[in-house]
Design a binder for this molecule. Structure first.
Ligand SMILES: Cc1ncc(COP(=O)(O)O)c(C=O)c1O
Length: 373
């Protein structure tokens, strides 16, 4: 079966892990800080905090921005489950917004429709790596925090600025299915330094460790270096140096991954065009750059599920990201969001990874064409 999510971990990552083992420091330490600095520099962020996963970064972002009980957060419905669950976890209410039917990104007009005095923030996703129309969103979000889920958009840019740094908070995922993978891991970027300081404490059980640790205090012979105070109550969301050493190698390879993904995207766009009842995805908006994380088809003949089963039966895995959150029963939304529901019935992701061979690409194209012929 051709996989839809793969990673490119090899000897260089193994060597980096070996070096970390030899250093005898495997917890959060110099490698994690180096990874933070490297990503910060690469994306031009004010700050960057490495955590154990992107879902944790999402939770910490909400807490650091002071979102809590009584607040509402507008969440684009074609989105990862953490975007809604973290809002509920901090005691606020997610309000689901529809997306546009081409890019699957949040519709700016939804913010005007849904915002009220309780609305504090908007969580958006740059679907598949294609940046949202940020200028329209800036206009509509006036006075609201913009929180970017940048799990699909590790290298994406909007008008020269990196996704994840376009709003008040942004987060990235390095889990096993992402372009840059460390097995598990995530990064959080915050625009305000005060929010970043709060996030720092939330990352590690609320400890006040920004200035000094017990070891630092011992170095200056401070008495009772083990005593501590807490700034807040939180859980533990640390990255470690094993993960970070993998991330540092992956970061160097990232551009080559993206180049291959773009190449494959272009092949699909050229080879699959002109099939009736098949709509291909759009190119990124003018002035923006994509990470080409997902490739998405729309099947207008009502045969999406048939195509999915046909591809799987012929050794091509496919799926649909992301099932609309307003349809998840546990969230209790009663709303109808027409575009998202239509997308959820008609869209399909086919494999787009840097590891696809030319033969695999040909096989995928062959089977899609054969299904419609
Ligand atoms: C769009 C999106 N956001 C957030 C996440 C959460 O990432 P993590 O698995 O690192 O918690 C994922 C994971 O699949 C995702 O696809």
């Amino acid at each position: 079966m051709i996989k839809i999510f793969t990673n490119s971990l090899g000897d260089e990552e193994l060597k980096a892990v070996e070096e970390t083992f030899k250093s005898q420091w495997i917890g959060l330490g110099p490698k994690t800080k180096e990874f933070e600095e490297a990503l910060k520099k690469r994306i031009g962020a004010n700050n960057c905090l490495m955590v154990n996963c992107c879902s944790a970064a999402n939770l910490i972002a909400l807490k650091a921005l002071g979102i809590g009980p009584g607040d509402e957060v507008i969440v684009s419905t074609i989105n990862f489950v953490a975007s809604a669950s973290t809002v509920l976890e901090v005691g606020a209410t997610p309000v689901f917004a529809d997306v546009d039917s081409v890019y699957f990104n949040i519709l700016p007009s939804e913010i005007k429709r849904l915002r009220n005095a309780k609305t504090k923030a908007v969580i958006l996703l740059h679907y598949g790596g294609h940046p949202c129309d940020m200028d329209k969103l800036y206009e509509e979000c006036n006075g609201l925090f913009i929180i970017e889920d940048s799990a699909n958009s590790i290298v994406s840019k909007y008008k020269g600025k990196h996704c994840g740094t376009l709003g008040d908070a942004g987060f990235f995922s390095f889990d096993a299915m992402k372009i840059l993978s460390t097995g598990d891991g995530g990064a959080l970027v915050l625009k305000s330094e005060e929010a970043a300081d709060r996030a720092f404490a939330f990352r590690y059980l609320g400890f006040d460790l920004k200035e000094s640790t017990g070891v630092d205090r011992l170095k200056v012979k401070k008495n009772r270096w083990w005593e501590f105070e807490l700034l807040t109550i939180s859980n533990r969301y640390l990255m470690n140096d094993i993960t970070a050493s993998i991330g540092l190698v992956q970061l160097k390879k990232l551009d080559s991954f993206i180049q291959r993904r773009k190449e494959i995207w272009n092949i699909y766009q050229k080879e699959l065009v002109g099939i009736s009842s098949l709509i291909l995805p759009p190119e990124p908006l003018d002035g923006s750059e994509s990470s080409y994380y997902l490739y998405w088809l729309r099947i207008t003949s009502g045969k999406r599920d048939e195509l999915a089963m046909y591809l799987v039966d012929n050794g091509v895995y496919c799926t649909f990201r992301y099932y609309p959150l307003h349809l998840v029963k546990l969230y209790g939304s009663k709303n109808t969001l027409e575009n998202a529901e239509d997308i959820s019935e008609t869209a399909l992701n086919i494999p787009l990874t840097q590891n696809l061979t030319d033969t695999e690409i040909e096989k995928i194209i062959y089977h899609v064409k054969k299904f419609f012929s």
